[in-house]
Design a protein around this ligand. Structure first.
Ligand code: MF3
Ligand code: CO
Ligand code: CO
Length: 257
């Protein structure tokens, strides 16, 4: 497994794409409310990205994907396709995943949003999955390796009796939406690619309340759900390895990094 080292000029462009991605998530979060459809959320994001940001929503037409964002509700793990058919209802948990291309470079990030009042077990899943991401970000520094990232995520999830999805992972990112290396969310300390300054990749743990197994919707070819029908949660950031740690390119203002 390899990873390209981005130049200072490329990192500048990734910083811009990451900022725009974070801006979309901050813009859309207040719209995620009881009664809205995920199709409406998709249109709002599409228009914001194309008109306000003069940028490109990367998912649209990516390998045939039909919409501009992914919206994954409750037992949907990832790649949920926005639809006008169903309205969000009280107690739903929604992952909104946004990828923006600006000046040829990608930013990729996702958040969980609670719709109205949410069951405490669902709130807890959302919180622990965010802690999994933050604990991973904490250890990203030159000399650490990818296995360390997987290990810290898996340990925190399993300590809380949750499971880690295996079939989907984080990824290198730059001029490509998805490039080497694969960033697994499980693994062993001290294994895998050793991190170096200038590497840019996503960390995006998918954490299930029940068992880890997934099923792909054969009709739409995209929607990935938990096999057991229980809840799943995911948070994602794009990060750049620096000389002494990492820079979170998609940091939002409410995160205090
Ligand atoms: N944003 C997702 C990721 O984090 C990928 C979505 S691919 C799409 O890698 F085609 F479904 F948009
Ligand atoms: Co990603
Ligand atoms: Co994403």
């Amino acid at each position: 497994m390899t990873a390209t080292i981005k130049t200072a000029d490329e990192i500048d462009k990734m910083r811009v794409a990451g900022r725009l991605t974070a801006d979309v998530l901050e813009m859309i979060e207040p719209f995620v409310q009881i009664g809205v459809t995920t199709g409406e959320l998709d249109r709002i994001c599409h228009d914001y990205i194309t008109v306000q940001q003069n940028a490109i929503p990367a998912p649209l037409d990516y390998n045939g994907y039909p919409k501009s964002i992914c919206t994954s509700v409750n037992e949907v793990i990832c790649h949920g396709i926005p639809t006008d058919i169903r309205k969000l209802k009280k107690g739903d948990i929604v992952n909104v995943d946004v990828t923006v291309i600006k000046d040829g470079y990608h930013g990729d990030s996702s958040i969980m949003v609670e719709v109205g009042e949410v069951a405490s077990h669902a709130q807890r899943l959302i919180q622990i999955s965010q802690e999994c991401l933050y604990k991973a970000l904490d250890i990203v520094t030159p000399g650490a390796c990818l296995g360390d990232i997987g290990h810290v995520i898996q340990t925190h999830a399993e300590k809380n009796y949750y499971s880690v999805v295996r079939e989907y992972c984080g990824h290198g990112i730059g001029q490509n939406f998805h490039e080497d290396p694969q960033v697994l969310h499980y693994g062993r300390k001290g294994t895998g690619l050793v991190l170096e300054p200038g590497m840019i990749f996503t960390i995006e743990p998918m954490i299930n309340a029940g068992r880890r197994h997934t099923k792909l919707n054969q009709k739409d070819g995209w929607t990935v759900s938990t096999k057991d029908g229980r809840l799943s949660a995911q948070w994602e950031h794009t990060v750049c390895v620096t000389e002494d740690g990492c820079e979170i390119l998609t940091a939002r203002s409410n995160e205090g990094f």
